[in-house]
Structures are given as structure tokens and as C-alpha cells.
Design a protein around this ligand. Sequence first.
Ligand code: ZN
Length: 318
Amino acid sequence: MGTGNAATGAVDIGGTKIAVGVIDATGKVLARSETPTAARDGFEAALTRIVTLLAATRERAGVELCGIGIGCTGPVIPRTGEIGKADFLPGWEGCNLVARLAAQSGLRVALENDADAAALGELRWGAGRGLQSLICVTVGTGIGGGIIVNGALYRGVGGAHPEIGHHVIDDSGPLCYCGARGCWEALACGPAIAAHALREAPADYPHRAGLTTARLCDLARQGDAVASREIARAGRYLGIGIANLVTLYTPEAIVLSGGVMDSAELLMPAIREVVRNNCTQVPAADVALLPAALGSDAPLIGAGAAWWHRYEGGQRPC
Ligand SMILES: [Zn+2]
């Protein structure tokens, strides 16, 4: 098949919504639509909606598809196409999304964890183009990451996705849902930053109601002392995690994405300072810390990239 006009179907499954799109061979989104995940209605109902939406979206884009890529929250088994045990997808464990979509569409289908898909998107079409080693870190409602080594997605034992958001930064820190204390995510994801601010702010702090990390960043920009302190702390903890990745992997680049990184201008000075101070045993200055390039469609574009990564140039072992 020639790939010049090839387009892929892309499916991004999150805890609250499923986005479906058509991505062309340059990473451009030709058409997109969304449906609520409604995970409790069951896998079959979601599959039916995905199939219907994909057909309508492809029709709108006016192209034929060469395959379908999927990025899915939580653990997945890329080799078999099964969904793992994800808190956000109760009852979906063991359902084989790849086999079912392939049977429905007659196309080859690739499934990856959504953080891995995001890394593949940045590698193929975003900030990591042309690089051989790259870690893509997403800081939002959690912290996730995908690791690229020698131009390919790194997979652990049995194809497992490593969870960099759960590496421990401070074992006297807050208890994480994973069972450990002071995970990176428990200290520095969006909700964790806001929760710490609420714990530490004076009782009469006027911005308590509905306080989010985005709001804290706005307040810090206005010079609010409490917010400035909390954002400095967040930058330090983000910096420790990133410095650990620099020391452990020394990749060509670490690409930073997610809602919290929309305030990169507030956070990067602290992050860079920690990397400079902590990473003295590796060439840390040569590790580029880059903003993600794919924007709000990154999860969909990543899902499309997951298909290309798996199947480009014929069938690859996963
Ligand atoms: Zn954890």
C-alpha cells in the first residue's frame, strides 16, 4: 500500500470521554468527534459507539483508512489487544478491543497505553521528530510517561508499560492510591498541587473555593504569596522527577505535556535549576527539555502514531 494518501482511524479512550478521529500521514487531524466513555454501560455499548463514530468520522474526512490506532487509559496488553485492570474502566478487563475492532473493520488495529501513544505522537510528528531517545511526560490529573529508546517504544516484561508517575520522590509524602507514599504523581500532578495548597494555606485564604492548579498559576502570576510558594514547590517536585529521569536515562529530550505544563513559564525555571543541581554525573545540559508540540489533539494524534509505529513497513512484532 502506498502511504502518501493513507489515513488512520484514531481512538483515544479516557475515563470520561472517547475521542475518535481520522489522522493523515503527516499527523494532521482531518476530522474528529467525541462520545462519553460511560464505562459502566459496559464494553459492548462503548464498542458499538466507537464503530459508529469511526464510520461517520471517516465519511466526513472523505478518505479510506489503512488501519486503526488506539490509545487507552490504564494498563493494556498491546501484544494481545486486551484491556487491563483500569480503575476508570470497570468490567472492561480482558475485553479484546483490537480483535473486535479488526473484525468489524477488516483493518489492522494497534493498541497502546495512552501515555505511550502520546510519546509515539511526539516522536513521529511532534517535538521529538528525528530523535532516537525520548521521554514524553504528561502532567495533568496524573503523571504519565512514555519512553522511546533507539527510536522504538520501550516495553517492560511481558510488554508492560512502566509507570514513571509512581516512582517515589519522598517516602514521607502523601499516600498514593497505588499503595506507596510520596509518588511523583501524589506530589506534583494537578490535583496534588491544589490539594497541598489547600492544606497549607491560612484558613482565611480568600481563594480556597474551587481552587485548582490553573487558578494557583494565575494567582502566582499576580504575585499572590501563597500561590507563588505552592507553585515554587510544585516546580521543585516536578524538577526532582525530571532530574531522576535525566540521571536514569539521559535521553536526547524530555518532552513535557499536559494541563499543568500549560504554565511552563512558571515551572521551568525551578525544573531547570533542580536538573542542573542534581544531575551532575550525566551530560544533563545536553538533554533538551521541550514543550510538547501536538497540543490538545495530542492523544488522538498519538493513537494514529501508535498504528504507524506498529505497522509501518509491514507487520512488526509488537
Ligand atoms: Zn503511586
